[in-house]
Ligand binder design. Structure first.
Ligand code: UTP
Length: 243
């Protein structure tokens, strides 16, 4: 199966080489099981810190985004170092370069691509570009909720929803300033248009990513394509979640 995993910067490395190594081990185990894997890494606290300082210095939003992109690529380099030889040694800056790497049997680890978006959207676009069978968002939140679980005690976990519902829900959240969305609206729209089978889960224990890919089992949220997608029991290394 062809899988794109989106790993939030704070999920990949909260200043902890062990955690990066654990993510690399999970990717390696998926490859050994016959899966093709591409990763997109977020900027985490490094992006936030640099953007904050540059904002104080008067940088405009485009320049702040460029700084954010640079931070995502820095984080991508940490994972590349942990992966070693099987990874393309610099983060591909275009989708076609990442696609070429997958065709060569290598692991592509990307960061950001262009201003005015986040790596959530890059992950969905890459998954669409390479015709991935599965897109996994490894975030610091355990899936999609009815409200921001960090803000509201009443927030309820949603185990499963359609891509159309995801778009509607995130559009509603983004209208309310300050409320966190598990993935951004552009990403949700790409997921909807491409019918990508998607899982949003807590990636702070990387092993959960492997389990979700191998068995379809997880405690996060399944975003189902319009056709419902294949039963996870039918997933295998050669076939795909959408087949
Ligand atoms: P992230 O993807 O980490 O964004 O990119 P985020 O929203 O802060 O993190 P999550 O989704 O909550 O984990 C960091 C910053 O890099 C820039 C944006 O400024 C973003 O906020 N960026 C990233 C881009 O401009 N374009 C990209 O393609 C990726």
């Amino acid at each position: 199966m062809k899988v794109v995993v989106s790993v939030g910067g704070s999920v990949l490395s909260p200043g902890d080489p062990e955690r990066v190594a654990e993510h690399a081990a999970v990717i390696e185990s998926l490859r050994e099981a016959g899966h093709t894997v591409a990763i997109v890494v977020g900027g985490g606290s490094t992006a936030l810190e640099y953007i904050e300082v540059a904002r104080e210095l008067g940088a405009n939003e485009m320049k702040l985004d460029e700084i954010g992109i640079a931070a995502t690529r820095l984080n991508a380099r940490l994972l590349i170092e942990a992966l070693g030889e099987p990874a393309v040694q610099t983060p591909p800056e275009e989708y076609d370069a990442a696609g070429d790497a997958l065709r060569r049997g290598e692991v592509a680890v990307m960061g950001g691509v262009a201003p005015a978006q986040t790596t959530d959207a890059v992950s969905a676009a890459l998954a669409e570009y390479v015709d991935a069978d599965l897109l996994v968002y490894a975030t610091s939140v355990a899936g999609v909720y009815t409200a921001d679980p960090n803000e509201s005690e009443d927030a309820e976990h949603i185990p499963e929803l359609s891509a159309a519902d995801l778009v509607e829900r995130i559009a509603g959240i983004q209208m309310n300033a300050g409320a966190g969305a598990p993935v951004d609206l552009l990403a949700a729209k790409v997921i909807q248009r491409s019918g990508l089978r998607t899982i949003v889960l807590d990636g702070t224990e990387p092993e959960r990513i492997a389990r979700a890919v191998e068995t379809g089992e997880h405690e996060g949220t399944d975003v189902l394509p319009a056709n419902g997608g294949a039963d996870p029991a039918e997933w295998d290394a050669s076939g795909g979640a959408n087949e």
